[in-house]
Design a protein around this ligand. Structure first.
Ligand SMILES: [Zn+2]
Length: 270
């Protein structure tokens, strides 16, 4: 009982503190701060998830991920994992911590499409979109409510996605980060930027950039007309995205032409 009362006191005091300090833009965390939270969240997801034993897919991720990381030119402490799950999902947290869910692999169909997805997710990290997402969540008091000592109670109540629920026991800033990163959405502008940079990264990494356009066609079809998969639900519409990627294609093709290695479409995914 005592613990419960303390939790609520902490929850409310953090809400008050939070609302007093809600200066727009003041909550954007530094790289160092967000990378610390991100690392904790990544380790937690890793310890609570089943890592895939599919040797072929793991080998493919182990090929593609470092190529995309190198193409981004960012000096992160890169890590990646293939999670056994039917979810059609992939992400890259701030600081370069990536995950691909096995549910997305059959939709991708080939290695170049995996490069397109990773390019997009990595671009969110290199363009610091997670920091902005965290700042927006902080302004709406979500971070304070979760991080203020009532993480498990508040976290589970506030979480919408499975990954967020998985992380709600972390407590402190890392739990707040989990809500911000996994439950809050990137803005449409961030998504368009991630598409543009992602296409360049895949081309630089030696993958045929026109495959990005075909991938989003397959993504739309895979959802059976019910809209794109959940993790891309705020992305621009399929039509807008394909139009953008086609507009940028000549530029991406010239990056591909200059790329020291050419993998084309890479291997098929079975
Ligand atoms: Zn995105």
């Amino acid at each position: 009982m005592k613990g419960k009362i303390l939790s609520f006191v902490l929850l409310f005091s953090s809400l008050i503190l939070q609302s007093c300090s809600s200066v727009p833009g003041a909550k954007t965390p530094s790289d160092k701060d967000i990378n610390e939270m991100s690392l904790k969240a990544y380790e937690e997801v890793k310890s609570k998830s089943k890592i895939s034993t599919n040797a072929e897919w793991t080998a493919m991720l182990n090929r593609v991920a470092p190529r995309i990381a190198a193409a981004s030119g960012e000096n992160f402490k890169w890590e990646w994992m293939l999670i056994e799950s039917p979810e059609v999902n992939a992400w890259c947290m701030p600081g370069g911590k990536m995950a691909v869910y096995t549910g997305i692999m059959p939709v991708l169909k080939n290695e170049a499409a995996l490069a397109a997805v990773l390019g997009h997710e990595v671009a969110h990290a290199t363009r610091r979109h997670g920091q902005q997402r965290y700042a927006r969540a902080a302004k709406s008091n979500i971070i304070g409510a979760v991080a203020g000592g009532a993480a498990i109670v508040a976290g589970q109540m506030l979480c919408k996605t499975e990954t967020c629920k998985l992380l709600s026991g972390l407590g402190g800033a890392a739990a707040g980060f989990a809500v911000a990163f996994f439950d809050r959405k990137f803005s449409r502008g961030d998504e368009t930027e991630a598409d543009k940079f992602g296409q360049t990264y895949m081309a630089q990494a030696g993958y045929e950039p026109s495959e990005a356009i075909k991938l989003w066609e397959r993504m739309g079809a895979a959802s059976g007309g019910k809209g794109p998969p959940e993790f891309m639900s705020t992305h621009p519409s399929d039509v807008t995205r394909r139009k953008n990627l086609s507009t940028w294609l000549p530029e991406a093709e010239s990056v591909y032409a200059r790329s020291p290695q050419k993998h084309g479409l890479g291997e098929d995914i079975h």
